[in-house]
Design a protein around this ligand. Structure first.
Ligand code: AVI
Length: 317
């Protein structure tokens, strides 16, 4: 992760090099989607969320706004909201801004310490009465959270669950249940399976922002992994994999070529792809099955009028 000076620390670079080499020497070639999110990647992702084709963010925001009063269970007060991967608090604000919000504490968990520090400053400024607790950690692992009051609600919006394969999604939800402790609740936002006619433009927009987001991965490797990718020799591709119910993003080599990365030689055939991201689009039933497998009970599910997106209220035992 870049720090405040924009300089990437040596050990963070070593992690980027190791992750890139592992993926690019595998068959087929892959790169982990977590590498998208350097400063420029975060900026481009924010732009994606504003695109007309990328219905996810506005649909979830509208849905959360319309159900904000209903997501709080009866008798749920003196409560803590725990956001997993929350260096952007926009959606949490929908729950925290209500006049009758039960939440007096907001815990935000993310690996990016600078982003969490900035979030804390923003939240303290706008919500003087709220206790804001940033936790720098990998939320995919069970965590030891600071002592929390009786009512706890985990929050995982944005359909980030879709970037995990079903086994990893189950493992994440099970780890979150352990971290939150007994009798916790969990609010999950997830994009739903639908026609590729709607899905494909969302991942291949007409302004080319998603293409720039995907190609930025190679720019990052040129900067942080001593690579010499020619960005003009790769093109963005988004495909619908119906069998696995997911959008896949790829970077496709437009010619046979050789790339150097951290002293290693990588060979690409013409049309060979680097698989950079999966975005699973499960049905409501499949998401319920995943949550149940992770030990959660399903309390309630809300969908927008067109059935594009779902918000799932889960209850731990
Ligand atoms: C962060 N995540 C939920 C986004 C998604 O829709 O899978 C990432 C993204 N990739 C391309 N566009 C957006």
């Amino acid at each position: 992760m870049p720090n405040d000076t924009g300089v990437v620390p040596r050990d963070a670079r070593a992690e980027v090099v190791a992750a890139a080499l592992a993926g690019l020497t595998a068959t087929p070639k892959t790169l982990p989607a977590m590498l998208f999110y350097d400063d420029e990647g975060c900026r481009l992702f924010y732009e994606i969320t504003r695109l007309p084709e990328y219905y996810l963010t506005r649909t979830e925001t509208d849905l959360l706004t319309s159900i904000a009063a209903d997501v709080v269970p009866d008798g749920f007060d003196d409560a803590v909201l725990v956001e997993f991967g929350g260096s952007d608090e926009t959606k949490a604000r929908i729950l925290l801004d209500r006049a009758d919000t039960p939440f007096h504490t907001y815990v935000s968990i993310d690996v990016a310490a600078p982003a969490l520090g900035a979030l804390r400053d923003r939240m303290v400024a706008s919500h003087p009465g709220l206790t804001v607790v940033p936790v720098v950690a990998d939320f995919m692992q069970p965590l030891r959270l600071p002592p929390l009051s009786a009512s706890r609600m985990g929050f995982f919006p944005g359909s980030t669950i879709g970037n995990l394969d079903p086994a990893a999604a189950t493992a994440f939800l099970a780890a979150a249940r352990m971290s939150l402790g007994e009798d916790a609740w969990f609010l999950l936002g997830a994009d739903l399976r639908k026609s590729p006619r709607i899905l494909l433009p969302a991942y291949n927009d007409s302004a080319g922002v998603t293409a720039a987001f995907n190609l930025n991965l190679l720019r990052r490797l040129n900067r942080e992994a001593e690579a010499d990718f020619d960005l003009a020799a790769f093109r963005h591709e988004a495909v619908w994999n119906d069998r696995d119910s997911r959008i896949e993003m790829h970077l496709v080599s437009t010619r046979e070529q050789v790339v150097r990365l951290a002293g290693q030689t990588l060979r690409f055939r013409e049309a060979e792809s680097i698989h950079t991201e999966n975005s699973y689009k499960h049905t409501e039933a499949r998401l319920i099955e995943i949550a149940r497998k992770a030990g959660w009970a399903i309390e309630r599910v809300w969908k927008d009028g067109a059935g594009l997106f779902g918000v799932f209220l889960l209850r731990g035992g």
